[in-house]
Ligand binder design. Structure first.
Ligand code: 0WD
Length: 258
């Protein structure tokens, strides 16, 4: 019996079999969780349905977090299938491509900044709010994905770094708010991984190379490693941990001078 065998968990942010959310879903499935998935837009529907079936998912729902209506419908539909929810995995981020290249001051715009905050940070609070009635009193957990750019100035990461700083603060405020009703909220801060979202960041390849050369473990992290840590954080093994950011980055964040 796996350590998530009594948990029903909603997985967002699967866009391909390289997605971090897919690594988390596979680890959770292995540990016995009952899963449901969401997909953003019709284009991803078939692919997410295929992946979801590999995890024996009970259902797959549409969800674009920029729409309050879709968030509402998603949780209404979820409530028809399940009478409660023990976990939400939020693995979603977006910023317009022109915001993720070059000098921060030169590239930042009001619209780009707002879009990054809305989709990459506010959406966590929106999902927590929509899921609250189903999660109350169930010792459940919410998990999101952050990156070192939240706390260090990383070239080209720009507005996304500020959105991740906001996301990490969001984790703390949500943890304080939902803790009294038994829900924990944590983030994994993952090292760089080649995914569709990462392809939007200028010069991403040199980030991977630099990490591989300098990080204590001398290699990049995998979605399976992030998945295992995410599964742990959403399980009762992590019952004393909330409001925290767990680095799963082969140790890169501890480095000073290179
Ligand atoms: O190096 C990396 N890949 C890292 C990613 C290092 C550390 C953290 N992360 C974070 C990302 O910032 C993000 O929060 O992990 C999370 C997942 O990202 P990922 O797995 O790297 O990327 P991907 O496989 O592309 O999944 C992210 C998905 C979107 O994919 P695309 O490629 O279409 O942008 O987030 C979803 C979408 O499926 N997404 C949305 N879902 C619902 N509503 C929305 C939206 N409005 N926007 C994006």
């Amino acid at each position: 019996m796996g350590f998530l065998s009594d948990k029903r968990i909603l997985i967002t942010g699967v866009a391909s079999n390289r997605s971090i959310a897919w690594g988390v879903a596979q680890a959770m499935h292995r540990e016995g969780a009952t899963l449901a998935f969401t997909y953003q837009g019709e284009k991803l529907k078939g692919r997410v349905e295929d992946l979801a079936s590999q995890c024996d998912a009970e259902f797959v729902l549409p969800l674009d977090v920029s729409s309050d209506e879709q968030i509402h419908s998603c949780f209404a539909a979820l409530g028809e299938h399940w009478d409660g929810l023990e976990g939400i995995v939020h693995s979603i981020a977006f910023a317009p491509k022109d915001q993720l290249e070059g000098d921060y001051v030169a590239s930042v715009t009001r619209e780009g900044f707002a879009a990054a905050q809305d989709i990459s940070s506010y959406s966590l609070a929106a999902l927590a709010k929509a899921g609250r009635p189903l999660m109350q009193g169930r010792n459940g957990a919410i998990l999101t994905m952050s990156y070192l750019g939240a706390v260090r100035a990383v070239p080209n990461y720009n507005v996304m770094g500020i959105a991740k700083a906001s996301l990490e603060a969001n984790v703390r405020y949500l943890a304080a708010s939902l803790g009294p009703e038994g829900t924990r909220v944590n983030a994994v801060s993952a090292g760089p991984i080649r995914t569709l979202a990462a392809a939007g960041i200028a010069d991403f390849r040199s980030m991977l190379k630099q990490v591989e050369e300098r990080t204590p473990l001398r290699r990049n992290v995998t979605i399976d490693e992030v998945g295992n840590a995410g599964a742990f954080l959403c399980s009762d093994l992590a019952s004393g941990i909330t409001g925290d950011i767990l680095y799963v980055d082969t140790g890169y964040h501890i480095l000073g001078l290179g």
